[in-house]
Design a protein around this ligand. Structure first.
Ligand SMILES: Nc1nc(=O)c2c([nH]1)NC[C@@H]1CN(c3ccc(C(=O)N[C@@H](CCC(=O)O)C(=O)O)cc3)C=[N+]21
Length: 283
C-alpha cells in the first residue's frame, strides 16, 4: 500500500491563513508583531532560508526586518546588536540564523537573546521550560512536526517514537515535545548499534540525521509514520534523509522533502512571533 503523503506546505498555507486573520485582529488593537532576522555572512543556503522567512512574514501581514552583517563581524559587535534588539520595544522576535562564522560562539549568542523574544526556542531558559512541561516558545521544527502529526490525525499518546539524530535544534527537543504528548521516545544517533532494530520497531520514525537517503523501505515495517527532517543538497537539489520512493511503499504516512517539514518550520516561527507580541502586550 502506498503511503499517504503529508504535505507540510499545504498545512502551512492553511495555518498561515489563520494567522493572517490573527495579525489583522492584533493590528486593530495596535499590536504589530515584528520579527528581526539577523544573518552573518553570505552562505547561499542560509540566505535562501531567511528570504523564505521574510516572504512568509510579509504574506501574513507581519512586519519582518532582515539585518545582513558581513562575514567578519565580531562576536562583540553581534552581541551589541542583540542587546539593542532586546531593548527595542517594537521588536517582538529575534532570530539569529545558524550556523555562525567560527569567530562567534553560537551558545554565547543564543544566551544573549532575551528569552521572551527567543522565537527559535533555543535559549536554555526556554529549553528548560520545555523540559519541565511549561508553556514557552517551542523550537520551530519540532513544534512543526507535532502540529503536522496532529493535523494529519495521527495519535501520539502511547506510540513508540524513534528519533534518529540528537541535535539541540531538532532531535533532542522533538523527543521532549513528543514525550510531553505521552509518546514513548527512543533516541538513536550515529553511534547507535544495530540501528535497524530500532527503526523497525517505530510507530513514528523521525529522521533528522543530515545524511541523504540513509533510511529506506527496508529499514521500516509496514504502517510506520515517517517524518523526514533532512535538508541535504545533492547535485543542487534539496533531498531528505529518507529514500522516499522505497519508504513510501511501506509507510502509512510520509513527509516529502521539499514541501514537508520545512514550510512548517517557518510557520511555527511566525506563530512564535505572534505569541511573543501578545505576551509583551499582556505585561
Ligand atoms: N536560527 C535558526 N533557526 C532556524 O530555524 C534555522 C536556522 N537557524 N538555520 C538553518 C535551519 C534550516 N531551516 C529551514 C527552514 C525552512 C526550510 C524550508 O522551508 N524548506 C523548503 C524549501 C526551501 C528550498 O527549496 O530551498 C521545503 O522544504 O519545502 C528549510 C530549512 C531553518 N533553520
Amino acid at each position: 500500500m502506498a503511503a499517504e503523503v503529508i504535505y507540510g506546505k499545504q498545512l502551512a498555507e492553511q495555518i498561515r491563513q489563520e494567522m493572517k486573520e490573527e495579525v489583522a485582529t492584533l493590528s486593530e488593537a495596535g499590536i504589530y508583531p515584528k520579527l528581526v532576522v539577523v544573518i552573518v555572512g553570505e552562505d547561499p543556503a542560509s540566505l535562501s532560508y531567511v528570504r523564505g522567512k521574510q516572504r512568509a512574514s510579509e504574506n501574513i501581514g507581519m512586519s519582518s526586518e532582515l539585518m545582513e552583517l558581513p562575514e567578519d563581524t565580531s562576536q562583540t559587535k553581534l552581541l551589541d546588536i542583540i542587546t539593542r534588539l532586546n531593548e527595542d520595544e517594537s521588536v517582538h522576535g529575534i532570530l539569529v540564523q545558524l550556523p555562525l562564522p567560527e569567530q562567534i560562539m553560537e551558545q554565547k549568542v543564543i544566551e544573549s537573546i532575551d528569552p521572551s523574544k527567543d522565537v527559535d526556542g533555543f535559549h536554555p531558559i526556554n529549553i528548560g521550560r520545555l523540559m519541565t512541561g511549561q508553556e514557552t516558545f517551542y523550537p520551530c521544527t519540532p513544534f512543526g512536526i507535532v502540529v503536522m502529526l496532529k493535523r494529519a490525525n495521527i495519535s501520539i499518546e502511547g506510540k513508540h517514537v524513534v528519533i534518529i539524530g540528537r541535535s539541540n535544534l531538532v532531535g533532542k527537543p522533538v523527543g521532549q515535545l513528543l514525550l510531553n504528548e505521552h509518546a514513548t521516545v527512543t533516541y538513536c544517533h550515529s553511534r547507535t548499534k544495530d540501528l535497524k532494530d530500532y527503526t523497525k520497531k517505530a510507530d513514528i520514525l523521525i529522521v533528522a540525521a543530515g545524511k541523504a537517503g540513509m533510511i529506506s523501505g527496508e529499514d521500516i515495517t509496514e504502517g510506520t509514520v515517517v517524518i523526514d527532517v533532512g535538508v541535504n543538497r545533492v547535485d543542487g537539489k534539496l533531498t531528505g534523509d529518507v529514500d522516499f520512493d522505497s519508504a513510501s511503499q511501506k509507510a502509512s504516512h510520509i513527509t516529502p522533502v521539499p514541501k514537508g517539514v520545512g514550510p512548517m518550520t517557518i510557520t511555527m516561527l511566525l506563530h512564535n512571533t505572534i505569541k511573543a507580541a501578545k505576551w509583551i502586550h499582556q505585561k
